[in-house]
Design a protein around this ligand. Sequence first.
Ligand code: 13P
Ligand code: SF4
Length: 359
Amino acid sequence: AASDPDLVERARVARAALGDRAFILGHHYQRNEVIDFADVTGDSFKLAREAAARPDAEFILFCGVHFMAESADILTSDAQKVILPDLAAGCSMADMAEINQVEDAWDVLVDAGLGERTIPVTYMNSSAAIKAFTGRHGGTVCTSSNAEVALRWAFDQVGGLDGDGKVLFLPDQHLGRNTAVLKLGLSLEECVVFDPRRPGGGLTEQQIADARMILWRGHCSVHGRFSLQNVEDMRAAVPGVSIIAHPECRHEVIAASDFVGSTEHIIRTLEAAPAGSAWAIGTELNLVRRLAQAHPDKSVHYLDSTVCFCSTMNRIDLPHLVWAMESLLAGRVVNQIVVNEDDAHWARVALDQMLALPG
Ligand code: 13P
Ligand code: SF4
């Protein structure tokens, strides 16, 4: 639906009045009405770099979800303020790994004598506390656009891919499994799932000892909806269709897709595709709809037959953005995201490690 023209006008006025004091970042899953006001759009990796590259902006307005705003706070200076226009914009996947659960899981590994040979890697979609845990234990953050490089680096730290070192991958089991199996060549059997709700993660000591990837039992509820049946139905309905999906989808979906990648990668792939080509996209619906609009010369389909928004990304809407901007102009800093100093320090170690990865 078109936005209220009065609100759009208020947004224009407030944006102009803030000028260079503010920088607005928009994740690719944001609503059109918000994307229209973003200075930069991107996937989580690009947005983390963009936040770090704006030292002159007093306010970073982060139109995305909580863990992204936390990372921006960690990567910016103390004088800069990161604002999340709606504090309810969380991420259900990030919420699936709590720091005390992860500390307990680490104790299980240490008790099994595997502490020295295990390195944590956390997906960007995790709390600052989990990133700090990762930094304290010598690991790295990764995103969907650098997971392969990050995992290769991590295995190198514990004796190489041919050795017997292990990665504890937090919190998205699908990204971890998809990358390990389809990019690194590990077997499905070498990937085990640690369930924090069960004693010992629900794994025997032997299972843990034999594993190379210990995957946290987390997933994205949006991407979890795509199924192998969707892929098969799409291929039957649209002959010649290319399927491109986000690596948060289940393994059987990714294994049956033609292309896989981050939101930014999906956008670039569509841009490079020839006119007349047909695409089915397995990711959040705001982005897929924008891609369909941007490429009228291609036939762009949504991989699922139902509506699949990320409800927390959608919490950020124009009313919240206008409220945040007008508040800042009135001298009230609202919805600032501040990570405590200790977590910020160690999370930064893990984020800097990611930013230093090759590629
Ligand atoms: P990207 O890094 O690909 O933008 O993914 C972020 C995310 O939350 C996907 O669900
Ligand atoms: Fe989290 Fe999934 Fe939404 Fe991404 S799409 S922010 S992983 S709930």
